[in-house]
Design a protein around this ligand. Structure first.
Ligand code: SF4
Ligand code: SF4
Length: 162
């Protein structure tokens, strides 16, 4: 849950990502859970395909990591996104991801919790991974291709941006 404590007023509007404090950085995450879905990257074209095969630690209902504090121990390949490495990772991040949006100069959409005041708006706008995932522990690697999906909520990503 986001808390407004230690967040500067509308910090997401003009502040560079690198100048945000830890609370502000964390508050940017809308809790959509889509970065925890596995992707397939075409080695020749670099094109990234999203699947609905979720990391074994993702809770399909809350779209949150069930072991966030110790996730790197359990899933070493989990990315710890920060202002220094976002340039390297932005290309595969979900198109509605707040970090990607701000990194590319876009503004936050109206369903973002920082604007709506509740994480529920992300699910209500059908932008999250809620209810669509299968766990990677239940799927063979060679089945991933059959589970490619269009990213949920891309069509509403820029509706009513702040
Ligand atoms: S895609 Fe971005 S906004 Fe959504 S859960 Fe991941 S880091 Fe947070
Ligand atoms: S370890 Fe947690 S934060 Fe990392 S990809 Fe898996 S569910 Fe997401």
């Amino acid at each position: 849950m986001n808390t407004m404590a230690n967040l500067r007023d509308r910090f997401w509007e003009n502040m560079p990502l690198k100048d945000m404090n830890e609370k502000e950085w964390e508050a940017l995450c809308d809790g959509c859970g889509k970065c925890c879905l596995n992707k397939i990257e075409d080695a020749d074209t670099g094109e990234v395909f999203l699947t609905r095969v979720a990391c074994r630690l993702l809770d399909d209902k809350t779209c949150r990591c069930t072991q966030y504090n110790i996730r790197k121990k359990l899933v070493p390949e989990c990315i710890n996104l920060n202002a220094d490495n976002i340039e390297k990772h932005a290309y595969w991040m979900p198109q509605t991801c707040a970090y990607r949006l701000l990194y590319t100069g876009e503004s936050l959409p109206e369903w973002h919790p920082l604007l709506s005041g509740t994480n529920q708006t992300v699910h209500d706008a059908n932008v999250s991974a809620q209810g669509i995932t299968v766990s990677e522990v239940d799927v063979r690697d060679d089945e991933w291709e059959q589970l490619i999906i269009d990213e949920p909520g891309v069509e509403v990503a820029r509706e009513g941006q702040d």
